[in-house]
Every structure is written in structure tokens, then in C-alpha cells.
Design a protein around this ligand. Structure first.
Ligand code: SAM
Length: 227
């Protein structure tokens, strides 16, 4: 090997040694991100996945705004905040709280809401759906898209959603269809999850998007009014 290549190799080894802790931290964070949202960074998810899904968010925003034209809405696993911003525009009477386990997603979502001039009505917080940093009975409705299959404890997630809903509130949990992404819980397993939750039952609907492709499912949960 020539002296030039020895020099380059030594410089690379030295850099790797000097920055190994930083490199390890970066790799750990990137693999946690892949577990939580499929890609190594929130920016990459926002640019590569969420952009493509704008039409799906428009579909979901229409359904959610029709069910909850006003009141207090919670979005769980709010990611980069694209759905939240759409919802707030579609339902001007709505106040929205987004909760996401990822700091980077929460920062991105808050920037998006501020850029849209919606910070007064739309706020974001870091939190795990299995232990929501929110009070009992705060929300008229809950929505979530493509997040449930990432939750490490979906049973606790549904119990928490039940806890923070008002007595007559309802939740719409959208996820990928089982045929499209097998780690998603799929139609049957979503129904079983709902039956074992404090909701006692849930309806599972197929959502056709794009066009008539049955690529998504929606679990509809209703909290029973107090007797
Ligand atoms: C695939 S992304 C979906 C983001 C956004 N809802 C969308 O439709 O583009 C999944 C999101 O769920 C969040 N997430 C994963 N596990 C979570 C948990 N246990 N509690 C709250 N958020 C979670 C991730 O950080 C990520 O932002």
C-alpha cells in the first residue's frame, strides 16, 4: 500500500476512535427511530413518507372534522404534524393536542403549526401512548394514523385513550392493512385488541386509499356515556 493510503487509513481510524461515542449514540438513536417510525430520522420520514401520504391525511381530516367539528381533539403518534395542521384548518372550532414519543417529531410538528399560524390552537407534547401526560376525560375525540403498529404496548395505549376521553367521546385509529404490512395488527387483531380494552368493543372498517385500494384499516372506538 502506498504512503497516501496508509495516511488515509490512519486518519479514518483516528477519527473513528475520537468520535466513537458520538457515532454509537447516533446509531442507537437511528435504530430507535426506525423502530418508532420506519426511517432513521424524522426529517427523512417527513420528506419521503408523509409527503406521499398528503392525500390520505386529507381523507382522514375530512372524516375526523365531520365527526368532531369543534371541541378538544387528541392526536396520538402525531409525527411531523401534517394531519394536525390539516385538521385545524378544516375545523376552525377545534383545539388540537398532538402527543408523540419522538422529540424530533414533536419539534418538527410544532414548527409546522407555528409556520401555519396555528400555535394558538395546536400544540404538541412528547409522550408515550401507554402513559399519556394528560388528565382524565379531557378530550372529545382521539385520532391516530399509522402509529399503532409501532406501540410497544398497544393494550395500555387503548386503556390510556379511553381514560383521556370524555364519557361520550370516540377514537378513530387508522393503521396499515394486514396484507400491506404484516407487522400491523390487521383487521382481526384490531378487533380483539378493542374487545380486551376498556372500550369493550370496536368496529373495524376498511379504508380505501389511494383510489379503491384497501390499503388501510380504521378502528372506531366509542366510550360509553356514564350511566
Ligand atoms: C409511522 S409514524 C406516523 C406519523 C404520523 N401519524 C403519520 O401518519 O405520518 C409513527 C409515529 O408514531 C410515533 N410513536 C411510536 N410509538 C409511539 C408511542 N408508544 N407513543 C406515542 N407515539 C409513538 C412515532 O414517533 C412516529 O411519529
Amino acid at each position: 500500500m502506498s504512503r497516501k493510503w496508509w495516511f488515509i487509513l490512519t486518519a479514518m481510524l483516528l477519527t473513528a476512535t475520537l468520535y466513537r461515542n458520538r457515532l454509537r449514540a447516533y446509531l442507537e438513536q437511528a435504530s430507535a427511530n426506525v423502530r418508532d417510525f420506519d426511517l432513521p430520522s424524522a426529517g427523512a420520514y417527513d420528506a419521503l413518507v408523509a409527503t406521499v401520504l398528503e392525500g390520505f391525511y386529507a381523507h382522514v381530516a375530512g372524516e375526523v372534522a365531520a365527526a368532531h367539528p369543534g371541541g378538544n381533539l387528541l392526536e396520538v403518534g402525531s409525527g411531523p404534524g401534517r394531519l394536525a395542521v390539516r385538521l385545524a384548518r378544516e375545523a376552525p372550532g377545534m383545539t388540537l393536542t398532538g402527543v408523540d414519543i419522538s422529540n424530533a417529531m414533536v419539534e418538527r410538528a410544532a414548527r409546522r403549526a407555528a409556520g401555519a399560524g396555528l400555535s394558538e390552537r395546536v400544540r404538541f407534547e412528547v409522550g408515550d401512548v401507554a402513559a399519556l401526560p394528560l388528565s382524565d376525560g379531557e378530550f372529545d375525540g382521539v385520532v391516530s394514523t399509522l402509529s399503532l403498529h409501532h406501540w410497544s404496548d398497544p393494550a395500555s395505549g387503548l386503556a390510556e385513550i379511553h381514560r383521556v376521553l370524555k364519557p361520550d367521546g370516540g377514537a378513530r385509529i387508522y393503521d396499515l392493512a394486514h396484507w400491506l404490512w404484516w407487522p400491523a395488527r390487521g383487521e382481526d387483531r384490531l378487533g380483539q385488541l378493542a374487545a380486551a380494552s376498556p372500550f369493550g368493543e370496536g368496529e373495524v372498517e376498511v379504508v380505501r386509499w389511494p383510489a379503491s385500494v384497501p390499503a388501510f384499516v380504521m378502528l372506531l372506538l366509542r366510550r360509553q356515556p356514564l350511566p
